[in-house]
Write a protein that binds this ligand. Structure first.
Ligand code: ATP
Ligand code: MG
Length: 749
């Protein structure tokens, strides 16, 4: 190995350094929010490559979101240089699995051009099956049931899924549905999200040589892995058994997607020599934000307590504000954003503000207030840019170009834009396809060649339309993106392809006719889509994604199409953002709490903290909902605002009841806004932007940036007394020499 690269260790605290340089095969970093878990994991990747000498392409790093993957790659890049980060196999479990399947999937009988069925596709397919077979099951329930069954992991796939189905007939229906669904995916050459993982497990079990080069596997947000991801992790690491995981059981918020906290105990059991490191200093949030967040999570009596201490207290006591209505709440948020940013003397911008929502449906009032105030924003997670009708239609066209046998996509675009093709025609095409076990595309092509069956119900006119406006234009594009150059010379790039589609389909005109009220917004979405595509092509040009190592005796697929990867990317980007095509413009973030995981902002708003919103009315697990609120609160660095309208925003406008997670600690919040002034705000901004180390701050040595009373935390009267007597340094609580304490090893319950 080269000489130790101490630069990688610069600025890390002792526990972090120990985690980064640990020589143990398995390392588990279990620590609270903001303690630098992701920071440390990133440094460990750089360390393993630069100091230990692993080849970047032999290192696998799994993150929970696409965005986290991008950020981590960037940071590793800074530490490593020479573009070495691009060779690391880094992404979400799904995208890593997809890469292996794209490269070697044909060894387990996968067609090399498989498509990905996203959640919407899966739901639509299941709906149709239920209708066709007159199965008496709720499609949404069936979807969840099937997914749970697959996600359980291949080991115990035979056991019944967690969701209990008590009556036998119900179970039989679900099983029929499962079988038909799987058959449909197979004939249309699609894999759903779960299949990506399941099939990858199958591949790696049958052909361990695919991963024989892998030296080590590192996983962020481990608390949210599910059974099958655990299986995958072990398979990735099967050769050397080197695994590093980081996580926080308190932030496990994907139980509803079969994430299993048990995987943590399982890991410690199966790898008993695991080196456990805990990090106890929180670099993100002020002490008062941390105290309040902890008081929320501590209501869960079954959790494992951890030490967590803030290293700064730059900010005010969190605010809990009650407002008349959801729109008053939104107005208040906007005015508070303006006030604070102005006070910071423009040192903080809209980029420093996030509004975190329990469910995407709460965004309406907030969006409209921000819009009225002329504040630009972006939406993250659950808002489904790719689900908008116009984008969905374009994607369906691209999917048919990619995989003509994708009957679902084809059926959806037969009459969009309108070409006078009615339901009768569409149904008749689908039936013909089914009877002859052909794809709809093939049946359509036969018709258009004049190869009509006698009893067809498709009119000559429809045939002509479909042939002229759908089949031929798409065929021509398909030929032009062929492996190399088509008959007409240069191959078509992704962006040109989309543009050509828009022209051929007269898409703008179609939007005007179909959506007279908001066609402009829709056309703007289309433009955004083009810019996403062009970003994708640009990023891809500079990265070796898909360049999995060539393995002896196991040839890799060579033709990798831009289109195929783009579509996969779209299907897997559940955390896709909208509105940030122009990177230079500061934007307020509106995000679901789920999608805000791992991120941080100086100023965070959590509106609608009432019963029914959080805990959510449809959630079955109150503890998980509490952890969700904890995740939201611990995203804030300096200013945290919770709010609750007196009447709920969803339609019925019922009187709200404050969230039971907040109610017991209500008194610990400030009621109005924090009193901030200009010097305080700009000081906060400089520290947050790391222009100024906290120890040089004007706050250092000052007894009360905020009055001591502000930071008292009178939840439990006993503790309040203690606070007032003993721990009076909290009011200006920067703890430069906080000593990490010894902690007993975590035990499985
Ligand atoms: P979460 O549980 O929310 O994912 P985390 O434990 O992954 O949090 P990070 O996001 O890695 O925490 O770190 C929180 C913040 O603290 C980041 O801004 C990070 O850069 C900063 N940070 C972490 N460690 C240090 C350090 N040793 N010195 C200075 N800043 C640090
Ligand atoms: Mg993190």
């Amino acid at each position: 190995p080269s000489t130790p690269n101490h630069a990688i260790l610069n600025g890390l605290n002792d526990a972090q350094k120990r985690a980064v340089t640990s020589k143990a095969a398995t390392v588990a970093i279990l620590a609270g929010p903001g303690s630098g878990k992701t920071h440390t994991l990133t440094a460990r990747v750089a360390w393993l490559v630069d100091h230990v000498g692993f080849r970047p392409e032999d290192v696998i790093v799994a993150t929970f979101t696409v965005k986290a993957a991008r950020e981590m790659k960037e940071r590793i890049g800074k530490a490593l240089g020479n573009d070495r980060e691009k060779r690391i196999i880094l992404g979400t479990f799904h995208s890593i699995a997809r890469r292996y399947l794209a490269a070697y999937g044909r060894h387990i009988g996968l067609s090399q051009k498989f498509g990905i069925a996203d959640d919407t596709d899966s739901r639509a397919i299941i709906s149709r099956i239920c209708k066709r077979l007159q199965l008496n099951v709720d499609p949404a329930f069936a979807r969840a049931w099937i997914s749970k069954k697959k996600a359980k992991g291949t080991e115990d796939a035979a056991k019944p899924a967690r969701q209990e189905v008590t009556n036998v007939a119900g179970l039989q229906n679900l099983e029929t549905c499962y079988r038909e669904y799987q058959k449909h995916l197979e004939t249309t050459n699609l894999l759903d999200y779960d299949d990506l993982l399941v099939r990858c497990v199958e591949l790696l079990r049958k052909f361990p040589s695919c991963v024989s080069n892998v030296q080590t596997v590192l996983i962020d947000e481990y608390q949210d892995t599910n059974g099958i991801q655990y299986e995958l992790m072990k398979l990735f690491a099967q050769r050397h058994q080197r695994i590093t995981i980081v996580g926080d059981p308190d932030q496990s918020i994907y139980g509803w997607r079969s994430a299993e906290i048990r995987n943590l105990w399982r890991l410690l059991r199966e790898f008993p020599k695991t080196d456990e490191v805990s990090l106890e200093e929180n670099y993100r949030s002020s002490q008062s934000i941390l105290d309040l967040s902890l008081s929320v999570i501590k209501q869960d009596s079954k959790r494992y307590d951890k030490v967590l201490k803030a290293i700064h207290n730059m900010g005010s006591r969190p605010v809990l504000r009650r407002l008349k209505s959801a729109s008053a709440e939104a107005e208040w948020i906007v005015s508070e954003v303006r006030r604070v940013l102005t006070l910071s003397g423009s040192m903080l911008t809209y980029n420093d503000v996030a509004i975190l929502l329990r469910s995407a449906s709460l965004s309406r009032h907030i969006e409209s207030s921000l819009g009225k105030a002329g504040i630009a924003y972006k939406m993250v997670g659950g808002f489904k840019f790719y689900e908008r009708t116009e984008i969905r239609t374009l994607l369906d066209y691209l999917r048919v170009i990619h995989q003509p046998e994708n009957n679902d996509a084809l059926a959806r675009i037969l009459n969009v834009p309108r070409r006078g093709v009615g339901d009768v025609t569409i149904r008749s095409l689908l039936e013909e396809a089914e009877t002859h076990s052909l794809s709809v595309w093939t049946v359509l092509s036969k018709h258009c060649r004049g190869d009509r069956t006698a009893k067809t119900r498709i009119t000559k006119q429809a045939e002509q339309k479909l042939s002229g406006e759908l089949l031929r234009p798409l065929d021509s594009i398909r030929r032009r993106i062929g492996e190399a150059t088509g008959p007409n010379g240069t191959p078509l790039g992704l962006v040109q392809m989309i543009e050509q589609l828009l022209t051929t389909l007269e898409f703008e005109k179609h939007l005007k006719t179909a959506h007279p009220d908001d066609h402009e917004q829709r056309w703007a979405n289309v433009q955004e889509f083009i810019s996403l595509a062009s970003d994708f092509v640009r990023d891809m040009g500079s990265s070796d994604e898909d360049a999995l190592p060539e393995i002896e005796g196991l040839p890799q697929t060579k033709e990798v199409e831009v289109l195929s990867r783009f579509l996969a990317n779209v299907s897997l980007a559940s955390d896709a953002q909208t509105g940030d095509a122009d990177q230079s413009k500061p934007l307020v973030t509106i995000s679901t709490i789920h999608a805000a995981k791992g991120l941080e902002w100086p100023i965070v708003f959590v509106p609608a903290v009432y019963k029914g919103s959080i805990p959510h009315i449809r959630s079955e697990d109150d503890n998980e909902e509490r952890r969700l609120l904890y995740v939201a609160m611990t995203r804030a660095q300096s200013l945290l605002y919770l709010s609750c309208p007196v009447f709920s925003s969803n339609g019925n406008g019922e009187r709200t009841v404050l969230s039971p997670f907040v109610e017991p600690v209500e008194r610990a919040f400030m009621k109005k806004g924090p009193c901030l002034d200009r010097p305080v705000m700009s000081e906060i901004a400089r520290i947050l932007q790391r222009q100024l180390p906290p120890e040089d701050s004007i706050f250092q040595g000052l007894p009360a940036m905020f009055s001591l009373e502000d930071n008292l935390f009178p939840v439990d009267p006993e503790e309040a007394k203690q606070d007032a007597n003993g721990r009076s340094n909290r009011g200006h609580g920067y703890h430069p020499d906080a000593q990490p304490s010894k902690r007993p090893r975590l035990q499985a319950p």
